[in-house]
Structure formats: structure tokens, C-alpha cells
Design a protein around this ligand. Structure first.
Ligand SMILES: Cc1cc2nc3c(=O)[nH]c(=O)nc-3n(C[C@H](O)[C@H](O)[C@H](O)COP(=O)(O)OP(=O)(O)OC[C@H]3O[C@@H](n4cnc5c(N)ncnc54)[C@H](O)[C@@H]3O)c2cc1C
Length: 327
């Protein structure tokens, strides 16, 4: 059985950031992921200037900076601020390699706690276990499900596809509340000729399905001449916006990022909270200190995300008050 003082499960931004920080403190640490990197991760790939700072990304080669256009209740608006975006396919791989952690290609299924250690599939053993496996994190499923139940009202449902496309329109475009969607759809150009197109919302109680929203988006992209005559094959994914965070550590086991359900309640921004929670887990392991996620921002910084303050406030007012009890 392979022993490491710390084992991280999941190599997305949460897992790789935690590994990066632990390695900087010379901690014995390995990471397990069920996928071989580079791997596809559904995500529009917006990152904030804060993420760029925290991850020290000044030498990351592929940050696309676009003009922002939003459409809000049918009104088009060009914003002064810019959007920063990356392709998760290459970003996650770059972060994981930079962390210097040894990565094991392994799909975790069974985790048990025995004599103060965590045993994973009878193959790996550790003192500290970090669950960074996203929405389907096995650490969450094995150890945290009962104490940290997920609320269906906080579930974001998405359909998305990233396509190689000879685009002419370089802008980042978002459409809010179209066809009464409790969320938004987007089209974002990426470096090296990729376009990321998607729709995401809280679909609880909606009359129109996400597939119908997707079809309307494709129709619009066609009519605007942004993407024409393309055979899309979108994929779906579900993740959770921020709810309570009082049970994200049990003994020496932690959940961070999407495993803890930390995406912002207004824009569903999950990369920033994943990075921040990962840094706190690493700090807690290194300094044997408390692990506390309460002060991680619940809402996106509207200017940093390229969305004006008024828009952000309107979203909060209309979407969140209507669909749930999020405070
Ligand atoms: C369509 C869509 C668009 C989004 N757009 C944005 C955006 O523009 N900006 C933003 O900030 N956020 C966005 N988000 C949210 C963001 O993608 C997530 O919050 C972020 O990826 C969370 O990172 P993570 O490291 O916690 O989890 P993930 O990135 O999901 O990584 C989890 C890793 O765990 C691995 N894993 C899972 N199960 C196992 C297992 N059993 N064994 C081993 N490994 C396992 C997976 O293979 C994966 O590599 C979007 C989400 C979606 C679905």
C-alpha cells in the first residue's frame, strides 16, 4: 500500500492549488485523479484578476482578454471592463504540472478511516485526506454527505460545448434572463481558435428545459452570424452554489472547491472559491491550524468578472430571492 502524509483526490484548480501550496512547504503529498491530464472540464473558463494574482499566473501563456457585451432583459450593453478567460483543457494541466505533485491515475471508489488513517481502495493510505473531486467527489460521498447535505435549490445545471471555430467575433457575450431563464447563456472566444458556448441556471421549477434554452441559444448565435451551421453536441454538468460551510472538515479530512459546493451565488463562479479553499486547506495542514471557509466570498466581484454593479444587484434581487432562501 502506498503511504503519503497527504493525499488529494482531484486535480482541478482546487486539488492542484492545494498540492502546489503543500509542495512549497515541502509536505509529503500525492494526488489521485480518475482522468488522464490534459482532460476536458466543462467550464466557460472566466477567471478573475484575484485568481490571476493568487495563482501567480504572470507567466501563464494563454489568458485571453476580451471586450464584454451583456444583454440584460433584451438590452445590449458594452462594458468598460474586460473579461479574462482560459481553456480549462490546458489551464488545469498547466497548474497540475506546475504544482510538482506526483499524480496517480486512479478512480477512487472506497474510502475508510482506520486507526486515525484514511485507506483508499486498499491501495493508498494517508494521515490527511483532501477531497477536491468536484461535484462527484468520493471524499464528499464517503465522509461528508450526512453532515454536509446538498440542497437541490442550490444546484446549477449547465449545457456546454467548446468548439474549434474560425470565429470573427472576439467578444465575450452573455445573455441574462432571456426567455425567463434564472441564469445566463454565454459565448466566449478563446486563444487558438476556440469558442466556448453554454447555458447555466438554477432550473428548479422552470417551465423551459435546459435543452430548450440551449436550442434557443444556438438559434440566436446562428441569426447573429456568430456561429452558423454547426452541428453541436453539448454535454451537461451539475454543480452547487454556496450554501452552509460549517462542516467542510472532519478530523483530518477536508472538502474544497466544488466538492464543498462553493461557487458564487450570483454568477456561479467556482474557480476563485476553489483556489481560495485549497489554499486554506494547505495552510491548515502545514500549520496544524483551523480550517474555516466562512469568509470566502459568496458573491462574485462584479467588476472583476466584467459585469457592472447594477447588473449584479439586479441578478441577486430577481434570481436568488425568487428561487431560494440564500442569504
Ligand atoms: C458549464 C460550466 C461553466 C462554468 N464556468 C465557470 C467560469 O467561467 N468561471 C468559474 O470561475 N467557474 C465556472 N464554473 C465552475 C467551475 O468549473 C468549478 O467551480 C471548478 O471547476 C471547481 O474546481 P474543482 O477543482 O473543485 O473541481 P473540478 O474542476 O471538477 O475537478 C475535480 C477533479 O476530480 C476528479 N475526480 C472526480 N471524481 C474522482 C474520483 N472518484 N477519483 C479520482 N478523481 C476524481 C475529476 O476527474 C476532476 O479532474 C463552470 C462550471 C460549469 C459546469
Amino acid at each position: 500500500m502506498k503511504f503519503s502524509e497527504v493525499i488529494i483526490i482531484g486535480g482541478g484548480p482546487a486539488g492542484s492549488t492545494c498540492a502546489w501550496k503543500l509542495k512549497q512547504s515541502h509536505k509529503d503529498c500525492i494526488l489521485l485523479d480518475s482522468k488522464k491530464f490534459p482532460r476536458t472540464k466543462l467550464c466557460a473558463g472566466w477567471i478573475t484578476p484575484k485568481v490571476i494574482d493568487q495563482l501567480e499566473l504572470s507567466d501563464y501563456p494563454n489568458i485571453q482578454i476580451n471586450d464584454n457585451y451583456v444583454n440584460f432583459f433584451g438590452i445590449d450593453k458594452k462594458l468598460k471592463s474586460k473579461s479574462y478567460s482560459i481553456r480549462r483543457y490546458e489551464f488545469d494541466d498547466w497548474l497540475l504540472k506546475r504544482s510538482g505533485v506526483d499524480v496517480y491515475h486512479h478512480k477512487v471508489q472506497k474510502i475508510i478511516k482506520q486507526d486515525g488513517f484514511y485507506i483508499i481502495d486498499d491501495l493508498f493510505k494517508c494521515k490527511y485526506l483532501v477531497g477536491a473531486g468536484g461535484s462527484h467527489c468520493p471524499v464528499y460521498n464517503s465522509l461528508f454527505k450526512k453532515v454536509h447535505p446538498r440542497n437541490k435549490n442550490y444546484e446549477v445545471c449547465c449545457l456546454e460545448e467548446e468548439i474549434k471555430y474560425d470565429y470573427k467575433d472576439k467578444a465575450c457575450r452573455c445573455w441574462f434572463y432571456e426567455h425567463n431563464i434564472q441564469g445566463y447563456s454565454w459565448c466566449v472566444s478563446k486563444n487558438d481558435g476556440y469558442l466556448n458556448i453554454g447555458v447555466g441556471a438554477l432550473f428548479k421549477g422552470e417551465k423551459v428545459t435546459i435543452k430548450e434554452h440551449w436550442d434557443l441559444l444556438v438559434k440566436k448565435l446562428n441569426s447573429l452570424g456568430i456561429v452558423t451551421n454547426y452541428e453541436f453536441k453539448p454535454k451537461g454538468y451539475v454543480y452547487h452554489i454556496r450554501d452552509r460551510v460549517d462542516h467542510c472538515r472532519l478530523d483530518n479530512a477536508f472538502i474544497i472547491g466544488d466538492a464543498a459546493g462553493l461557487a458564487t451565488t450570483d454568477l456561479g463562479e467556482g474557480i476563485g472559491p476553489a483556489v481560495e479553499s485549497a489554499m486554506r486547506a494547505a495552510e491548515s495542514i502545514v500549520n496544524k491550524s483551523e480550517f474555516n471557509l466562512h469568509s470566502i466570498h459568496k458573491k462574485s466581484d462584479p467588476v472583476a468578472m466584467g459585469i457592472m454593479l447594477f447588473l449584479w444587484r439586479m441578478i441577486n434581487f430577481f434570481t436568488l430571492k425568487k428561487t431560494s432562501n440564500i442569504s
